[in-house]
Design a protein around this ligand. Structure first.
Ligand SMILES: [Ca+2]
Ligand SMILES: [Ca+2]
Length: 411
C-alpha cells in the first residue's frame, strides 16, 4: 500500500512538471501593445520575474536577442519577462500665496495631524524601519544622519560585498540608479521625503513625523527626475531585505508594467505597508488609473494632498475608491541636500506624512499587523464640515486619533 502511494506521488509530480514545461518564450514574454507604453519603454532593458519570486533586470541588444539568448535557455526558471519602462516623480507643483491657517508655522502639517500627541506619549517610530525608494538621500544631513539604518556587517568603501547580500558597500542603503543622468546629489526629492518621515528635531528646524524611525535609502530616480520601474522593483526588494516594514513610494510610472503589480503584491503578502502618492494631475484616478497608486492591493495606502486650510489641493489626484486618505502636501518644509532646507508641494510630500505616522503607530504597538496599522490610519481621519475630501475615508490623517483607533483594534 505504501509503495502504491509513493509511486502515485511520483506520477503526480511528473504530470505537474510536464505542464510547467509547456512554457514558451511567447507565453513568458509579455509586452503591452499600448502606444503610450512604447513611448516610455527603456530600450535594451528587461524585467525578469523568476519562479523563485526574485526579480532581476537584464540587458540585451534586441528583443529577438533577449528571447533567443536569455529567455529560451532559462525558460524553466522564469515566470515572466517584459520590457522595462520609465518611472518618474509626480511632478512637483508650486502653490503660491496660500493663505495659511497655521500662519507662521513651518510645521503646519505636523501640527494639523497632531503628531505631538504621539511624541509626548513616547511614540516616535523607534525600532521601525522605513524604506525610501526615491532619489538620492543626503545621509550626511545633520537632521538625518542619526536616522539612517547602518548595515554594520558591511565594511564601507572596500569594494567588497562583505555581508554577501549581493550589494557592494551597502552601508547606508544602496543606489539602484542605472539610468544615465547627471550628479544625483542636486535632486532634493529623496532628502525632502526622508526629512518628513524622520528628521530629528534635536539637530534643526524640521520635525520629522517619526523622529526615531530608521530610514533605508534606496534611490532609483536620477537627477533628471526619472528612473526605471525595473530599478524601483529591485530597490523595493532591497529595502524589504534590510527589514523595512514600511515603503514610501512618491512616484509613478506608465500603466504598462505587470511586474510592478506583482512586486507590490508580494511585498504586501510579506506584511509590508506600501505608502503611495496619488499623483499631482488633479484627476479622479477611479476614472483614469495611475500606477502604482491604483493597484489597490491589501497593504497599500494611496495618499492625496491637503493644504494648510485643510482642503484637498486642487492639483491632487483623488478618487473615492482609488485614494484612501489625505495628508499635508502643500508648502511643506523639510531637509534638502547640503545641510539645507526647502519647501516642496505635492502628493510626494503627503505620502511620507502617512509613512511617518505608520512608523509611530508601529512603535506604539510592535505586534500589530500591516493590515491593522492601515486600518487604524484610514479609519481615524479628521472629517470636518465643508472639508470632505474626495478619498475613500473622506478625511485627513490624524495621528492622535489613529493611535486611539489602534488601541481599539488591539485592546
Ligand atoms: Ca553588502
Ligand atoms: Ca564592503
Amino acid at each position: 500500500m505504501d509503495v502504491f502511494k509513493a509511486s502515485f506521488g511520483v506520477a503526480l509530480l511528473f504530470v505537474l512538471s510536464a505542464c510547467g514545461n509547456a512554457k514558451s518564450t511567447e507565453s513568458v514574454y509579455k509586452k503591452s501593445a499600448s502606444p503610450y507604453c512604447a513611448q516610455t519603454r527603456i530600450q535594451s532593458k528587461y524585467i525578469v520575474e523568476w519562479e523563485d519570486d526574485r526579480f532581476t533586470t537584464e540587458f540585451a541588444e534586441s528583443e529577438e536577442d533577449f528571447k533567443e539568448n536569455f529567455l529560451k535557455p532559462k525558460l524553466d526558471e522564469i515566470r515572466s519577462a517584459e520590457p522595462d519602462y520609465v518611472a518618474a516623480f509626480n511632478q512637483p507643483v508650486r502653490t503660491s500665496n496660500l493663505q495659511q491657517t497655521f500662519a507662521d508655522s513651518q510645521s503646519w502639517g505636523q501640527e494639523i495631524i497632531e503628531a505631538s500627541a504621539a511624541w509626548s506619549r513616547g511614540y516616535s517610530g523607534q525600532n521601525v524601519i522605513v524604506g525610501v525608494v526615491d532619489s538620492f538621500v543626503d545621509t550626511t544631513h545633520p537632521q538625518l544622519k542619526g536616522n539612517i539604518l547602518i548595515n554594520d556587517r558591511e565594511i564601507p568603501g572596500n569594494g567588497i560585498d562583505d555581508d554577501g547580500n549581493g550589494y557592494v558597500d551597502d552601508v547606508a542603503g544602496y543606489s539602484f540608479i542605472s539610468q544615465p543622468g547627471t550628479n544625483p546629489s542636486t535632486n532634493p526629492h529623496g532628502t525632502h521625503v526622508s526629512g518628513i518621515i524622520a528628521a530629528d528635531p534635536s539637530y534643526g528646524r524640521v520635525k520629522g513625523v517619526a523622529p526615531q524611525a530608521k530610514i533605508v535609502p534606496a534611490p532609483f530616480i536620477s537627477n533628471d527626475g526619472q528612473g526605471s520601474l525595473g530599478d524601483a522593483i529591485l530597490a523595493m526588494q532591497y529595502v524589504a531585505s534590510r527589514g523595512a516594514k514600511i515603503i514610501n513610494a512618491s512616484w509613478g510610472g506608465a500603466p504598462c508594467v505587470g511586474a510592478l503589480g506583482s512586486a507590490f503584491a508580494k511585498l504586501s503578502a510579506q506584511g509590508i505597508l506600501l505608502i503611495v502618492a496619488a499623483g499631482n494631475s488633479g484627476i479622479d484616478i477611479d476614472q483614469y488609473p495611475v500606477y502604482p497608486a491604483s493597484f489597490l492591493i491589501p497593504n497599500q495606502i494611496t495618499v492625496a494632498a491637503s493644504t494648510s486650510l485643510d482642503f484637498l489641493a486642487s492639483w491632487s489626484n483623488n478618487g473615492y475608491q482609488g485614494t484612501h486618505l489625505a495628508a499635508p502636501g502643500a508648502q511643506i518644509l523639510s531637509t534638502v541636500p547640503g545641510n539645507s532646507y526647502g519647501y516642496m508641494d505635492g502628493t510626494s510630500m503627503s505620502a511620507p506624512f502617512v509613512a511617518g505616522a505608520a512608523a509611530v503607530l508601529w512603535s506604539a504597538r510592535p505586534e500589530a499587523s500591516a493590515a491593522q496599522i492601515r486600518q487604524a490610519l484610514v479609519r481615524s481621519v479628521d472629517i470636518s464640515a465643508g472639508h470632505e475630501f474626495r478619498v475613500a475615508s473622506r478625511g485627513r490623517l490624524n495621528i492622535r486619533k489613529a493611535l486611539e483607533e489602534l488601541q481599539r483594534i488591539l485592546p
